[in-house]
Design a binder for this molecule. Structure first.
Ligand SMILES: Cc1ncc(COP(=O)(O)O)c(C=O)c1O
Length: 427
C-alpha cells in the first residue's frame, strides 16, 4: 500500500502546524509513522489522498454514530447551508435540537449549546463554581475532559492529592484547586469528601471512562459518588462527551439510572459538526447568563448548520432498535476477537464502544491495571491493520467505535484480518 501523497502532505503540514497537526494524537507519535490524510468518507469507509480505502473504526473519534456522510444528514445540511450558515441570532434549529433532546431525556431540564466538548466542560465547571460558591473540583485519574486548564492535571503520590499540571502554561493555583483520586476506589472517594467535602464545587467524571482505555466502572461506585456529592452539597457532573447519545440516547445517566446535576456533551450531538453542550437541572442552568450571573457566550454557538446536523442524527438515533442493533454488532465483533487468544488479547466493550487490550487482564477499571507492554504490541498491530485497510485511532489507549454503517460483512472482514495478524503479533 503506497501512501506517498500522505507523506508529501504531512511534510507540508509540518511547516504550517506545530507537529504537523491541529490536534496532537493525529500526529501518529504514539504508533510511529506518517499520519494518513483522508479525503473522503462514506458509510463505514474512508479514502486517503493516495486512493487507498479503509474500514474505519475511529469514526472521527466518536461523532459518526451512523458512519460517514449519511444521506439523511447530508441532505438537511445542504438545504441549510444554501440559505445561510450563521446569523448570530436565535434560530429554529436550536429550538428543534433542544426540544428533541430535552423531551427524550429524563435527566436534564435545560441545555446550552457550545462548539466543543472542551468548551462544554469548561463552562460546566464555571457554572458549578458559580452555583455553589466553592472553588475545588474533584476529578479522577484516567479520565480526560478536553484541554481545560483545571483538568489537565494528574495525581501526585497518595490516594487523594492535589493536581500536578500535565501541561506547561497552567499555574499552580489552578492545578491546586483540583483534587485527583483514582478510579474505582471507594476508600479514596470517601477520604476525599471527608477531607475537602465542603470545599468541593463539583466532582466531574466520565461515567464510562473511554479516553485511557475503556475503564468500565461499577454501578455501586457511581452511586456512591452521587451519594457523597449530595451529602456534601457538591454538584455531580457527568462528562458524557463520548457516552452521551452513544450508550443509549440518555447516555450513561440513563444506562446506570443515576441523576447527575450537570451533563456535558460533544461528539454524537453534532452529527459530525462542531457542537458541544452542557445541560442539567433547571435551577442550576438558570444561573447562566443572561438570566444568571455565570457568564458564557459564543459567536458560533448553536450554529444552525451544526444544529440541523445534530437534530437529524439524533432523531435518527431515536428510531426503534437503533441502539440495540449497535450493541449487538459490537458484542458480535468483540466476542469474535476475544476468541482469538484470550490469554494475551482481550476486547472490552460497552454499548458501541470497544477497546483492544493486548494483555490477559479483563475488566480493567483503573489505569494502573493497564500493562504497558501492550502498547508495543498494539503499535505493531496498528500498522498491519492499516496495510489490510483497517483504520483505528492511532494510540493504544484509544477506544474504537462501531457505527450503524458497519454491517456484519464489514465486521467479518475485520475479524478475518485480526485472526490473521494477532497470532503473528503475539508470537
Ligand atoms: C470525555 C471527554 N470530554 C471532553 C472532551 C473534549 O472534547 P473536544 O475534543 O470536542 O473539545 C473529550 C474529547 O475527546 C472527551 O472524550
Amino acid at each position: 500500500m503506497k501512501r506517498t501523497q500522505s507523506e508529501r502532505l504531512f511534510l507540508k503540514a509540518r511547516e504550517y502546524f506545530p507537529g504537523g497537526v491541529n490536534s496532537p494524537v493525529r500526529a501518529f507519535r504514539s504508533v510511529g509513522g506518517t499520519p494518513v490524510f483522508m479525503v473522503r468518507g462514506k458509510g463505514p469507509y474512508v479514502w486517503d489522498a493516495d486512493g487507498n480505502h479503509y474500514l474505519d473504526f475511529c469514526c472521527s473519534w466518536g461523532p459518526l454514530i451512523s458512519g460517514h456522510a449519511p444521506d439523511f444528514v447530508v441532505e438537511e445540511v445542504k438545504k441549510r447551508v444554501e440559505n445561510g450558515s450563521t446569523f448570530g441570532t436565535p434560530t429554529i434549529e436550536e429550538n428543534q435540537l433542544a426540544e428533541l433532546i430535552l423531551s427524550n431525556h429524563r435527566y436534564i431540564e435545560k441545555i446550552r449549546f457550545v462548539s466543543s466538548g472542551t468548551e462544554a466542560v469548561m463552562s460546566a465547571l464555571r457554572l458549578a463554581r458559580g452555583f455553589t460558591g466553592r472553588s475545588k473540583i474533584l476529578k479522577f485519574e484516567g479520565c480526560y475532559h478536553g484541554h481545560v486548564d483545571a483538568l489537565l492535571v494528574k495525581a501526585g503520590s497518595g490516594l487523594v492529592t492535589f493536581g500536578q499540571s500535565t501541561s506547561a502554561g497552567i499555574t499552580n493555583c489552578i492545578a491546586q484547586d483540583t483534587i485527583v483520586v483514582p478510579l474505582n476506589s471507594d476508600d479514596a472517594l470517601r477520604q476525599a469528601f471527608e477531607l475537602y467535602g465542603k470545599e468541593i464545587a463539583a466532582a466531574i467524571i466520565e461515567p464510562v471512562p473511554a479516553n485511557n482505555a475503556l475503564l468500565i466502572q461499577r454501578k455501586e461506585y457511581l452511586q456512591l459518588l452521587r451519594k457523597l456529592c449530595s451529602a456534601n452539597g457538591a454538584l455531580l457532573i457527568f462528562d458524557e462527551v463520548i457516552s452521551g447519545f452513544r450508550v443509549g440516547f440518555e447516555g450513561a445517566a440513563g444506562y446506570y439510572d443515576i441523576h447527575p446535576d450537570l451533563v456535558t456533551y460533544g461528539k454524537v450531538i453534532g452529527g459530525g459538526f462542531p457542537v458541544g453542550a452542557y445541560a442539567g437541572k433547571r435551577e442550576i442552568m438558570d444561573q447562566v447568563s443572561p438570566l444568571g450571573p455565570v457568564y458564557q457566550a459564543g459567536t458560533l454557538s448553536g450554529n444552525p448548520v451544526a444544529m440541523i446536523a445534530g437534530y437529524t442524527q439524533l432523531k435518527h438515533c431515536l428510531s426503534p432498535g437503533f441502539y440495540q442493533k449497535l450493541e449487538e454488532k459490537t458484542r458480535y465483533f468483540s466476542e469474535a476477537l476475544n476468541d482469538i487468544n484470550p490469554e494475551q488479547f482481550n476486547v472490552s466493550f460497552m454499548g458501541s464502544i470497544f477497546w483492544l487490550n493486548f494483555s490477559s487482564e479483563k475488566n480493567i477499571a483503573s489505569p494502573d491495571k493497564i500493562k504497558s507492554d501492550g502498547v508495543e504490541k498494539f503499535n505493531r498491530a496498528y500498522h498491519r491493520l492499516l496495510e489490510h485497510g483497517i483504520y483505528f485511532g492511532p494510540s493504544a489507549y484509544e477506544v474504537g467505535f462501531i457505527s450503524e454503517a458497519h454491517e456484519l460483512e464489514h465486521l467479518d472482514f475485520a475479524i478475518s484480518v485480526f485472526k490473521k495478524i494477532i497470532p503473528e503479533i503475539l508470537k
